[in-house]
Design a binder for this molecule. Structure first.
Ligand SMILES: [Zn+2]
Length: 544
């Protein structure tokens, strides 16, 4: 008995992860807004050792990660990543939708019961009130009775709020005009002092800079200028589509970690950083432009600095990092066409008028009305307009779907059809079933032609095709076996895997798979027992 006791005492302390005892101290999820899965391969040779390649070479990297739904937009993407479910689980179907009561488009996170904090504004604040599922952060909070601390950061409200879940300590995003970090009364009644100080001191230094490539060629300037509407252009419009925007977010995230003591509590903390600049720039210039290349290379350096900061501040043995994106993007249609591949830029307002005209001709003897709001390739129906001509949901949606086809879309799925689970048992049909949400007014999801985007200029996402669904997925941390895993995986697998490793429940509606192939075999490690064959990750000796 005594011998057994001695044996037990002499065993090294198990190093198993557990949210309950703060192993790891911190999980950082980095979501790059609009970052296609192939970018990491495209620029791999030009990346340094300690940014993206730190994750690719020393972490578990999944180059074939695709969303299995059709509505590849920012709000649904972030909701999917953090709930481990698609829109048919978390309810976030688009960035904005038609609110039948208010008779206008509303955003996925705006909430009239809240106010913005940190900026004088009449606009509503934001909250996760439209989420129909909880998140990884919420389950961390539940498991630790609130000891875990959960934060979301992004230039965009939706990309900060949805990752932070219901129980998040705070979500921070920026006032588009001034660049000041704001939050809402959902989280706090006033900004912490450190955020007020940051807002006073930091935004000005991002103006009047030149963004250049490695050869010194000027890519963009952040000099003050007039915006699209003739007024002074704001922070989001000027600094947003440059690498300085990513720098700005990382600078804020570092301050948050320092001042909120993130990663120093008794339980595992969670920080989501959604980097918006790639999306803001990508829509304008497309994925194959010199600007996007430079932004990826700059981000590699900025990521390296941030990982280095985490190493110094918390220690990388106590941190897990996950990397993904909310969606990809189509190549610029003009460039696609130059290679004789079909592609098109469409004029959405014209399409919307065409569809409304077709509906008016069918139901109101040509008398014009605003039946439909087009958020290409999705059409939102004003139910009151259809009620005025005595048309019910099924007929209204079918008519709009046929009008979409007349206007050149390949096919369509209606809300009533998807609500009944009626879609062909095909890869595409399943993507649309996964895109269903009961929220918003009646709607029709048009199936676009590939490389056909709903804007006159630039490019877009929001299709079910691989260029929009393909995103990176990579993990770094003690439990992960370094390697490249080429099996097909989905972004919803991220939180399923993290929850399992933390020993907590997966989010309420998670249908993701635990990526067991990438997990290191369980080790009982003491500092003296590191032997050959053990990965550096398992030895606890980690250098960024
Ligand atoms: Zn996005």
């Amino acid at each position: 008995m005594l011998a057994l006791l001695t044996l037990l005492v002499s065993l090294p302390v198990p190093s198993a992860a557990s949210a309950y005892n703060g192993r790891p101290k911190l999980i950082v999820v980095i979501v790059i807004d609009q970052f296609r899965g192939d970018y990491l391969e495209r620029y791999r040779d030009q990346f340094g050792d300690s940014g993206f390649r730190f994750l690719l070479d020393h972490g578990a990297y999944f180059p074939n990660c695709n969303y299995n739904y059709a509505n590849t937009r920012t709000a649904p993407g972030h909701a999917s990543l953090f709930t481990g479910a698609y829109s048919n689980g978390h309810g976030i179907v688009a960035n904005e939708w038609w609110d039948q009561k208010k008779k206008k488009m509303v955003t996925s996170v705006e909430d009239d019961d809240t106010k913005l904090i940190g900026v004088a504004s009449d606009k509503a604040g934001a909250s996760p009130h439209n989420l129909l599922a909880d998140t990884l952060g919420d389950e961390l909070k539940l498991a630790t009775q609130g000891k875990s601390r959960v934060f979301g950061v992004s230039l965009k409200d939706r990309a900060a709020v949805l990752p932070a879940g219901f129980a998040g300590d705070a979500a921070y995003w920026i006032d588009l005009k001034s660049g000041a970090w704001v939050t809402s009364t959902y989280y706090r009644t006033e900004l912490p002092h450190w955020v007020q100080d940051f807002n006073s001191n930091q935004p000005p230094k991002y103006w009047d800079r030149d963004w250049k490539d490695a050869q010194g060629t000027l890519l963009r300037s952040t000099a003050h200028r007039k915006g699209k509407d003739g007024s002074e252009a704001g922070f989001y419009e000027v600094i947003g589509p440059t690498s300085f925007g990513n720098e700005y977010e990382f600078e804020f995230a570092q301050q948050l970690i320092l001042y909120e003591n993130v990663g120093r509590g008794p339980a595992t903390d969670l920080l989501s950083i959604s980097l918006s600049p790639n999306d803001i720039l990508g829509h304008q210039v497309g994925p194959d432009s010199p600007e996007m290349k430079q932004m990826a290379l700059d981000l590699d350096r900025e990521l390296a600095e941030f990982i280095n900061f985490l190493g110094h501040q918390i220690g990388l043995a106590d941190v897990w990092i996950a990397l993904s994106a909310d969606h990809g993007v189509a190549s610029l249609p003009d460039q696609v066409k130059s290679l004789h591949i079909p592609a098109a830029n469409l004029d959405s307002p014209k399409l919307e008028a065409q569809i409304n005209g077709a509906i008016a001709a069918k139901f109101s003897a040509g008398h014009p009305a605003a039946y439909v709001k087009l958020d290409y390739p999705m059409a939102w129906l004003d139910q009151d307009a259809f009620a005025a001509v005595h048309v019910h949901e099924h007929d209204a949606e079918s008519a709009v779907g046929e009008a979409l086809k007349q206007a050149g879309l390949r096919d369509y799925y209606t809300k009533s059809q998807l609500a009944e689970g009626k879609a062909p048992d095909t890869p595409l049909g399943r993507k649309y079933l996964n895109s269903y949400s009961p929220e918003g007014s009646w709607y029709v999801m048009g199936v676009p032609d590939f490389y056909t985007v709903g804007s006159n200029k630039g490019t877009d996402h929001a299709s079910p095709y691989n260029y929009d669904t393909h995103v990176p997925l990579a993990f770094y941390g003690l439990p992960f076996q370094a390697g490249t895993y080429r099996a097909s995986v989905e972004p919803i697998d991220m939180v399923a895997t993290l929850a399992s490793l933390l020993g907590i429940n997966a989010p309420t509606h998670s249908v993701g798979r635990v990526l067991t192939e990438a997990l290191a075999p369980p080790h009982r490690v003491s500092s003296s027992s590191v032997g050959p064959g053990m990965s550096p990750a398992a030895s606890g000796e980690l250098k960024p």
